[in-house]
Write a new protein. Structure first.
Length: 149
């Protein structure tokens, strides 16, 4: 009988699930209680602490353009802690309606225990993500409005 999936296998299920739009499957990759943060998010989005938070995070909004993407340039680094990996990757694809190509790089630092993500630090290029979704101007305006002196 096989054991739980390895951290590498869980990461691959995550990035390929995102690329393939399998939104309903993704929350099950996480533990019931987790800690997922996006340290480089321009709006300093709050941590996602539960699987229900992740269900909401992954819920399709159908806003913005359709994207055809795949996870590429994947490198998974093992650490001295068997639960922790550092994974480099890139979503490459096109904006379906315009044919515009894009490359969206990311690095995830994942802790996987018993085959589920218990914590993740997701470092993504949020400006490129906003641009390919047609949301860059709105993001910049929100960041400007939120800045403090």
């Amino acid at each position: 009988m096989a054991g739980p999936p390895s951290p590498r296998e869980v990461f691959l299920a995550l990035v390929n699930g995102v690329a393939e739009g399998r939104w309903e499957d993704l929350p099950d990759l996480y533990a019931e209680q987790t800690d997922v943060v996006h340290p480089f998010h321009p709006l300093r989005a709050p941590a996602l602490r539960t699987r229900d938070d992740l269900r909401e995070h992954f819920r399709p909004t159908f806003a913005g353009p359709r994207l055809d993407r795949r996870a590429t340039n994947i490198t998974v680094h093992q650490t001295t802690d068997p639960e922790v990996i550092v994974a480099e990757f890139e979503y490459q694809g096109t904006v379906v309606d315009t044919g515009e190509p894009f490359a969206l790089p990311g690095i995830f630092v994942l802790r996987v225990r018993g085959g589920q993500i218990v914590s993740s630090r997701d470092y993504l290029d949020h400006l490129t993500a906003a641009r390919i979704r047609g949301q860059l101007d709105g993001l910049v305006a929100t960041v400007k409005a939120a800045r403090t002196v």
